[in-house]
Design a protein. Structure first.
Length: 208
């Protein structure tokens, strides 16, 4: 009887785990707790072979819906405001060269379902200038995709946004002979704090 009970309990647990895995695998959408967001960097880096400029940067925007289908390159929102605090910059200066709105698209996720570790987004139409040594170098194109990865904690809260170095290489658009041909945008792993717009509340992301 004891052996039978143990086998029954084991089978029940296995069935529950299998059902949970199937549900996670079949979940086609992500859901955000709030559509309006703000990302704040204390030291966002604009790098070229000539110089590294670090500035305080704030980015704001909104999602079109609280539900995000897991479809790569799907347009899901927009960046509506960005502020480079130029007086905070070190190593030179930097500023955006193309005003918002910029498109925001879904790029994918990392981790093993149902435990998502990061959600990746693309922000298109980025153009920025690096100003150093009396030279202004403008980078980007009209369709530039800047890839960011929103890290999630164990509770599903988006903690910070990381600009991915290897995915954010942009080309020189305009500048003098000192300007390197390419530049990139990166930040430290603990920087790029994500919150609900005009709040300290974090945004939660979950599978549905």
């Amino acid at each position: 009887m004891r052996i039978s009970t143990r086998l029954g309990l084991t089978a029940f647990i296995a069935a529950m785990l299998l059902a949970s895995a199937v549900n996670a695998a079949s979940a086609r959408n992500l859901e955000v707790s709030n559509q309006n967001f703000r990302v704040t960097w204390s030291r966002l880096e604009m790098q070229s072979a000539l110089v590294t400029v670090r500035c305080q940067v704030t980015l704001e925007g909104s999602m079109h819906s609280r539900t995000i289908p897991k479809i790569e390159r799907l347009l899901i929102g927009a960046v509506t405001r960005i502020n480079f605090k130029e007086e905070s910059c070190t190593g030179g200066s930097s500023r955006p060269e193309k005003p918002p709105p910029w498109h925001l698209s879904y790029e994918g996720f990392t981790g093993r379902l149902p435990n998502i570790e990061t959600v990746r987004f693309l922000s298109s139409r980025w153009q920025f200038a690096i100003i150093a040594f009396g030279t202004t170098c403008k980078y980007g194109t009209s369709v530039t995709n800047i890839t960011g990865s929103a890290a999630l904690n164990a509770g599903g809260e988006a903690t910070n946004e990381i600009a991915l170095r290897d995915r954010n290489i942009v080309e020189l658009l305009e500048g003098g002979g000192l300007c390197p041909a390419n530049a990139t945008m990166v930040n430290g792993a603990e920087d790029g704090r994500i919150t609900v717009l005009n709040s300290t509340e974090r945004i939660r992301i979950r599978l549905i």
